[in-house]
Design a binder for this molecule. Structure first.
Ligand code: NAD
Ligand code: USQ
Length: 383
């Protein structure tokens, strides 16, 4: 298949582009490189030294003989997007190309607006480009588990059957997101659902949990293919941050009580889930939703796991409970379904097996690159 990976210079996108290329798909990467720009604005950098997208693609070709097409530009620019798609002729479009940090979206009005315009307009442009020229292609869109929030009932995969006043219907599952970023994903989901109904497009929304790890088979092949690993208070996610904090002897930054429970998955499972989704496309007119995570953990449990794994490497890891910069429940019920991808054949990696290889060892290897000023959270939901 011809697969266009939008956001293919990013954390999930780069690993996915290489994996799909390795599996024999014709891959194109489309990216505005805006994430590298946001990092430099924030004064933050990935722990791992990443090469330019051109160098990465060239090295991949030198090593494997496989080419990856490159389109540099912004999907909020419709002319650029439509022209790139016409040139590439995709069968599937994997859309990772959004502003994906909750804290970034909560910095101030400008960052909230930037996030929602970038994400919602980019996604809407993509739906129109598909309708115009590729109505039969399959959209695989990265959503988030955070669209659901933390309801006091089980979370289904996208839809819930409700009986009300003696009548019954299957409806989109209620959404209670916790940041302007997570809200942008809800808006995207509504737009995709509508486009499928109106124009008969086919789409799979992957409500992904928090991704951890840096190593995949392909990105581990050469230092120049290495993936990014964020640890700063804006783009770094919980588990990746904890491992880097452990490596440098910084107490782990658990926000509040630490009872916040989320779905998690290894980046090796992210790339496999995308492969499964494109191999089993949604039917025309269908908006399919898969919950993409493999395990549920509370933040406090994660901190304890990192502490234990660290001790096997001789690290003395302390756990701090900081005042929570976010507004969120710190103790709550959380039970989400995730059977759709398992039914398609996903064989999960488990955190207990990969904490050392995929994370702590990388954190130790690159610990000299850590900027201590970037560890503590600076963005508050209360301001
Ligand atoms: P990332 O920031 O590493 O990568 C996103 C890429 O998209 C960047 O290279 C950026 O330059 C590009 N991009 C952003 N806006 C663009 C635009 N308008 N036009 C073209 N390119 C654009 O993020 P990531 O961690 O790889 O996340 C990828 C996707 O997966 C996001 O949609 C995110 O919401 C979703 N997701 C990520 C996680 C996670 O833990 N990392 C979890 C759940 C869902
Ligand atoms: N947290 C801490 N300490 C930290 C960092 C985070 O306790 O140092 C807590 C947060 O308060 C939150 C939880 O950990 O309760 C998750 O935070 P996170 O920063 O790891 O993840 P989040 O902001 O939810 O966002 C990340 C990605 C986003 C994706 C989302 C999936 O950045 O793109 O959509 O994970 S999910 O969480 O399932 O919505």
């Amino acid at each position: 298949m011809r697969v266009l990976v939008i956001g293919g210079d990013g954390y999930c996108g780069w690993a996915t582009a290489l994996h799909l290329s390795q599996k024999g798909h014709e891959v194109g990467i489309l990216d505005s490189l805006v994430r590298r720009f946001w990092d430099s604005q924030l004064g933050a950098d990935t722990l791992t030294p990443i090469a330019s997208i051109q160098q990465r693609i060239q090295r991949w070709k030198d090593l494997t003989g496989k080419s990856i097409d490159l389109f540099i530009g912004d999907i909020t620019d419709y002319a650029f997007l439509s022209q790139s798609m016409r040139q590439f002729q995709p069968d599937s479009i994997v859309h990772f190309g959004e502003q994906r940090s909750a804290p970034f979206s909560m910095i101030d009005r400008e960052h909230a607006v930037l996030t929602q315009v970038n994400n919602v307009v980019g996604n809407l442009n993509l739906l129109y480009a598909m309708k115009e020229d590729f109505p039969d292609s399959h959209l695989v869109k990265l959503g988030t588990m955070g669209e659901y929030g933390t309801p006091n009932i089980d979370i289904e995969e996208g839809y819930i059957t409700i009986e009300h006043n003696g009548r019954k219907d299957t409806l989109p599952y209620p959404k209670q997101p916790g940041s302007f970023y997570h809200l942008s994903k809800v808006h995207d989901s509504h737009n995709i659902h509508f486009a499928c109904k109106m124009w008969g497009l086919r789409a799979t929304d992957l409500n992904q949990g928090v991704v951890y790890g840096v190593l995949t088979d392909e990105t581990g092949m050469d230092e120049m293919l290495i993936n990014r690993l964020d640890y700063d208070g804006v783009f770094g996610t919980a588990l990746n941050r904890f491992c880097i904090q452990a490596a440098i002897g910084h107490p782990l930054t658990v926000y509040g009580k630490g009872g916040q429970t989320r779905g998690f998955l290894d980046i090796r499972d992210t790339v496999r889930c995308i492969e499964l989704a494109i191999a089993n496309p949604a039917e025309a007119g269908k908006f399919r939703v898969f919950n993409q995570f493999t395990e549920l953990f509370s933040i406090g449990d994660l901190a304890t796991m990192v502490q234990k794994a660290g001790s096997t490497l001789g690290l003395k890891v302390e756990i701090d409970h900081l005042e929570n910069p976010r507004i969120e429940l710190e103790e709550h019920y959380f039970n989400a379904k995730n059977t759709n991808l398992l039914d398609l054949g996903l064989q999960p990696h488990f955190l207990s097996d990969s904490l050392l290889d995929s994370l702590l060892n990388f954190a130790k290897k690159y610990q000299d690159r850590v900027d201590y000023q970037q560890i503590l959270p600076k963005v508050s939901w209360r301001r």
